[in-house]
Design a protein around this ligand. Structure first.
Ligand code: THU
Length: 131
C-alpha cells in the first residue's frame, strides 16, 4: 500500500470540503482491496452540530456501497496545520466500529503523514463485543 499516494488522494478530496464556518478543510480516502478508492470531505452546516467530518463521510460511503471492514486496506485523513490532522472523538468511535483495529490509519497535513490504527487511537474501545 502506497501511503503517500493515499495521503495525496485525501488531500485532493479536501478540495471539495464545504467549510465556510471553520475554514478548516479535511479530506479522507478509503483504499479497498479491489483497487477502488472512496473519498469524503467535511461538510459543514449553519446548525453546527449537523456538520459531518471527512472520515465519517468516506467510511459511511464505503459501507453504503456494500463494502465491509474486511474489504478495507487503509484510510487516510488529511488536513492543514503544523501537525497532522487527527480524528475527533465521534469519528474515533465510528472508525473503531467500522475498521479492523489493526487496519492502517494514515494521518496527514500537507507535508507529512504518520501511520497508526484504531487500537492506538481509541484504547479500551467500546465495541459490539460488550453487547
Ligand atoms: N473535521 C473533520 O472533518 N475531520 C477531523 O478529523 C477533524 C475535524 C472537520 C469538522 C469541521 O468541519 C472542521 O473540521 C473543524 O472542526
Amino acid at each position: 500500500m502506497d501511503y503517500q499516494d493515499l495521503m495525496n488522494r485525501a488531500l485532493e478530496a479536501r478540495k471539495n470540503a464545504y467549510n465556510p464556518y471553520s475554514n478548516y478543510g479535511v479530506g479522507a480516502c478509503v483504499a479497498l482491496k479491489d483497487g477502488t478508492f472512496i473519498v469524503g470531505a467535511n461538510i459543514e452546516n449553519a446548525a453546527y452540530g449537523s456538520t459531518m467530518c471527512a472520515e465519517r463521510n468516506a467510511i459511511y460511503a464505503t459501507y453504503s456501497q456494500g463494502y465491509r471492514r474486511n474489504d478495507i486496506l487503509a484510510i487516510a485523513i488529511a488536513g492543514k496545520g503544523d501537525d497532522v490532522c487527527t480524528p475527533c472523538g465521534a469519528c474515533r468511535q465510528v472508525l473503531a466500529e467500522l475498521l479492523d483495529k489493526h487496519t492502517p490509519v494514515i494521518l496527514s497535513n500537507e507535508e507529512k503523514y504518520i501511520v497508526t490504527n484504531m487500537e492506538e487511537l481509541l484504547p479500551r474501545m467500546f465495541t459490539g463485543e460488550f453487547l
